[in-house]
Each structure stands twice: as structure tokens, then as C-alpha cells.
Design a protein around this ligand. Sequence first.
Ligand code: SAM
Length: 318
Amino acid sequence: MVQESLTDTPRYKVDSVFSENAQIVVNTGEALKFLKTIPNEAFKLIITSPPYNIGKEYEKRKDIRAYLDEQKLVIKELVRVLHQQGSICWQVGNWVDNGEVYPLDIFYYDIFKEHGLKLRNRIIWHFGHGLHAKNRFSGRYETMLWFTKSDNYTFNLDQVRVPSKYPGKLNYKGDKKGQPSGNPLGKNPSDFWECLCNDWETLVWDIPNVKSNHPEKTEHPCQFPVELVERCVLALTNENDWVYDPYGGVGSAVIAAIKNKRYAVMTDREESYTSIAKKRIDDFFAGHLKTRALGTPVHQPTGKEKVAQIPEEWRNLQ
Ligand SMILES: C[S@@+](CC[C@H](N)C(=O)[O-])C[C@H]1O[C@@H](n2cnc3c(N)ncnc32)[C@H](O)[C@@H]1O
């Protein structure tokens, strides 16, 4: 049977198990158990934000070694199911114990390298806002490690270029003197992804009364903005490739994939999250899922908002 392409049909089906003819798979269960059902080299992009072992409502905090040993079993399977031209994007922050910070990507780097994967970028996601630390500098970034399985990997830079700051810049010497020096499609977005998270944080966390206005937010405590995953989907896969998120939450990676005509698979062990994911998929195909468009300008306070002004009580302290 020929697999129906998401490109050609407005119809779709959501399965709970993976098969060659599937289009979208939302599985409620343990990632490791699900992975045992997947054939070798099935997925072009594996993108996830795993549990950080920090005691969120969906995880039990444990010793960092025990946590990493568990993750190693999942990663071994992920490498097996990764396509030869495929990528793994692993987004993590810090694990903190007794005030001591353990940057998780440092620990994960060795695990992926043991499997022969090659690091292409360590992407910094800078947050403008968050908790204010008292005994160290406040944490304002997380990282995403982008590994490939081989040297022959999919990378569609033109799909994710961003507007140049100075598109009118001209070559000042050589054969192309006087001609534009940049790329008409824009510039490489670099490995420092500030604008996207800044906006998300500002809208969702920092100004509570606009929280409900954010088009995407659900009840999940650490949901990916779809736009963040979209950049990876567009750059690291082609239409009709498979994208998998082993810790899929409310399905942000699935939405980013299907929005761009890729097949999508996710697992999450919490039924309350996978049911939201399924609802978001239905809303997407019905045309009423709101997502923030890739490249939408960042929210900038005008200075007139109350939260942007110095409180009355502080004025004579300055
Ligand atoms: C950081 S959240 C990911 C959120 C997701 N990126 C989104 O946008 O909704 C991690 C998710 O992993 C799930 N999880 C934790 N351990 C799991 C396991 N062993 N197997 C499957 N899912 C798991 C949690 O329920 C949680 O939703």
C-alpha cells in the first residue's frame, strides 16, 4: 500500500502505534518501550526536551547518575532508529543540587559521542526573563545540542534564513564591487536563538495578564513554542520525512512537523498531555489551531505599559 502523503491530502489519521502506512502517531506510554517497536533508521529528525530530573509534576527527582543511566537506554534506541542523514536535537537546561549547577548538555554530550554522533551546533536559547537567583547569577539560557548521525546530513539553510540587519550592504572591492554582499533570502540565523524565547517568556511568564493571550499555551508546565521546533524541522528534514519526539508533551513537535508536511510521531507517558496533543492536531486540521508564525517580530514593550515603568515607591530612591 502506498502511504498517503500529508502534502496531497487534507485527510489525516492519528494512530497510537507506528506502521509504514502511518502519518501521525501519538502514543501514550514509556518512550523506551515504544522505541522497541520502531524499525532501524526510521526517523529523519528526533527533537525533544527530555525531563530534566528537577521534580516537575511529571517526573520524580533522582540522583543525576541514575537519571543519566536511564536516559542512556533511551538514547541507544534513538540512535538506532535515526536515519543515516538524520539529526537529533536535544534541548536541556541545568540540574541544580544544593545550589550547585550541573549543565545537563555537558553530561549528554559524552553519551551521544559514545554512539559516534557528530555535534553540528550547540544552540543557545536565551531567555530574557525568569526566576531571580539570590546566591548566583540568574540563569537566562538553555541549550540545544544538534547532532547528526553522519557527515551526509540534510541541512536546508535557505528554508530558515532570517532578515539581514543591513540588506543594502554592498561589496566594496573585488569582482562584485558595488553589488549587494548579502543573500537575498536573508542571513543564517546563527547558533544564538534569542528572539523566539524572549518573546515566549515575555508573553507567557512575565506578564501574567497577557498569558491567556498567547496563542499556543496549554496547561503543560514546559511546553515548546511550535516556532522553535519549526526552525529545526524546516532545516533538518524534507517534506514527507519522519519527525519523532520521545518526550512529546502536548505535541508541539508534532504540530511543527505536520504544519510543514512532515510525518510525525510522539510518545508521552501522561495521558493528560497526549489527549491535549490529539486535540491540537484536530484543531490544526480544522484550521483553528493558533500558532505564532515563524519569524513573527519579537514583542517589544513600548515603555508605556505599567510593568515597564518605575514604581512610584522607588522614584525617590534613585
Ligand atoms: C520537558 S517536557 C516536554 C514538553 C514538550 N516539548 C511540549 O512542547 O509539550 C517532558 C515530557 O516528558 C514526559 N515523560 C517523562 N518521562 C517519560 C518517559 N519515560 N516516557 C515518555 N514520556 C516521558 C513528561 O510527561 C513530559 O510531558
